[in-house]
Design a binder for this molecule. Structure first.
Ligand SMILES: Cc1cc2nc3c(=O)[nH]c(=O)nc-3n(C[C@H](O)[C@H](O)[C@H](O)COP(=O)(O)OP(=O)(O)OC[C@H]3O[C@@H](n4cnc5c(N)ncnc54)[C@H](O)[C@@H]3O)c2cc1C
Length: 390
């Protein structure tokens, strides 16, 4: 049976788009399957760290709504500390980001089928038969980039689930003048949710706000109440014109010991690749998409086993394990985390470096642990006057 495609990639998020772009750019015959009509919204802050911008296979400048230059960290809407962090990252909206990335993959030669849902796969004589809502196709390789509730994953590793933690977002159109006040600043609040943080991210015409919680049992029941309390605590959020709220889980632990099996690989959220300290996942989606494409090209070109992907991922897996250990430590007591961590210059520099990509999660964890005697006695950064907080 001849394969129609070298690779079928399920999902037009950053992971699938990156894999499809890299494969198609190298001359592979790629089919991208997406169950939604594009552009589609994805529940996400749309924050692009500096390391994501560097790792992306092409410039993301056309979809950047704001460059971030300043970060304010507060506790229950008070005691804000501020850091000037030009170059730490930028803000996008997922609908435009993902559509733009899909367009690049298509321009590189990938075929796209929107509103076509992946249903299941079967191995047939060394090929993969993929059944969708509209028929079947065959391919050498299948890439599961279908997000947190991945169907490809459930079929590849039945019963295996990544560690998932809850998050909730609101798109909030604030009162006139607020967006100008927020400008190029991101706000984080460590006191508005137990074992997590609240964020305020400025977009072109609205704010994306939300809560992340590092909690092993993904219980989203009280997230809406905590979000309402967060909004009530901040003047800039209280008097809003419109709001849309949505919750989703973030996978912060690997889906399975291996991410490649037979001719199928998992990338991005489908593989469980978000960082547990911040809930950042776009970087890991893009990076795993790139590594998967490399392993697939090696397999298509010289029949190298696809298991090479697991070896390539070893470094990333180690870093994500370090981020989980840092999260366990940091979120044990957010009050102490704020007092001794966020308000400590060395610790907050390590965390900012982790976002920028200049400090690895393992080094951030080591800073947290090794410098403990120092950060417990060092004078904390002084709170600033900020009209954005409280
Ligand atoms: C509230 C919240 C805020 C977040 N904020 C940030 C942030 O600011 N920055 C950051 O870096 N990360 C953030 N994340 C994490 C980030 O959203 C994810 O890690 C990232 O989207 C993973 O990308 P992906 O390509 O793996 O999956 P996704 O972006 O989820 O894409 C999967 C795609 O697959 C499609 N699909 C699913 N099933 C099928 C099927 N059966 N057939 C066909 N198509 C299918 C979906 O429609 C979707 O388009 C946040 C997450 C949440 C929940």
């Amino acid at each position: 049976m001849a394969a129609e495609f070298d690779a079928v990639v399920v999902g037009c998020g950053p992971a699938g788009n990156t894999a499809a772009y890299r494969l198609a750019s190298a001359g592979a015959r790629v089919l991208l399957l997406e169950k939604e009509a594009l552009p589609r919204h994805k529940v996400c802050g749309g924050g692009l760290s500096a390391k994501t911008l560097r790792e992306a296979p092409f410039s993301l400048a056309p979809v950047i709504e704001r460059e971030i230059r300043r970060v304010v960290i507060a506790y229950e809407g008070s005691q804000p500390v501020a850091r000037e962090l030009a170059g730490i990252g930028a803000m996008s909206q997922r609908a435009t980001l993902d559509s733009f990335m899909t367009q690049q993959a298509v321009a590189a030669g990938a075929s796209l089928r929107e509103r076509e849902t992946f249903e299941r796969f079967e191995l047939e004589g060394g090929r993969i038969r993929v059944t969708t809502g509209s028929g079947t196709v065959t391919a050498h390789v299948l890439v599961g980039a279908d997000g947190v509730y991945s169907r490809v994953r459930s079929q590849l590793f039945p019963g295996a689930k990544p560690l998932m933690v809850p998050a909730i977002e609101a798109l909030l159109w604030p009162a006139p003048g607020v967006l100008d006040m927020v400008g190029d600043t991101c706000i984080f609040d460590l006191g508005v949710i137990p074992a997590g943080y609240g964020w305020v991210f400025p977009k072109r015409d609205h704010l994306n706000i939300g809560l992340y919680r590092f909690r092993k049992r993904p219980d989203n029941r009280d997230m809406k109440g905590l979000l309402d309390a967060f909004i009530a605590r901040y003047r800039i959020l209280r008097r809003h014109e419109r709001i849309q709220v949505k919750a989703l889980l973030i996978p912060v632990g690997l889906a399975a010991p291996r991410l490649a099996r037979n001719n199928v690989v998992l990338v991005g959220d489908a593989a469980g690749l978000s960082d547990a300290l911040f809930g950042e996942g776009i970087y890991y989606a893009v990076r795993s998409g790139t590594l998967a494409a490399g392993a697939i090209l090696g397999h298509l070109g010289s029949r190298r086993p696809l298991a090479a992907y697991d070896r390539m991922m070893a470094g990333l897996r180690f870093e994500l394990a370090a981020a989980r250990a840092a999260a366990r430590l940091f979120y044990t007591s957010p009050r102490l985390g704020f007092r001794f961590g966020a308000r400590n210059k060395a610790i907050s520099a390590a965390f900012a470096g982790m976002i920028a990509g200049t400090v690895s999660p393992a080094r951030a964890l080591a800073t947290l642990v090794v410098l403990a005697p120092y950060w417990l006695v060092a004078p904390p950064m002084r709170p600033v006057e900020s009209p954005l907080v409280g």
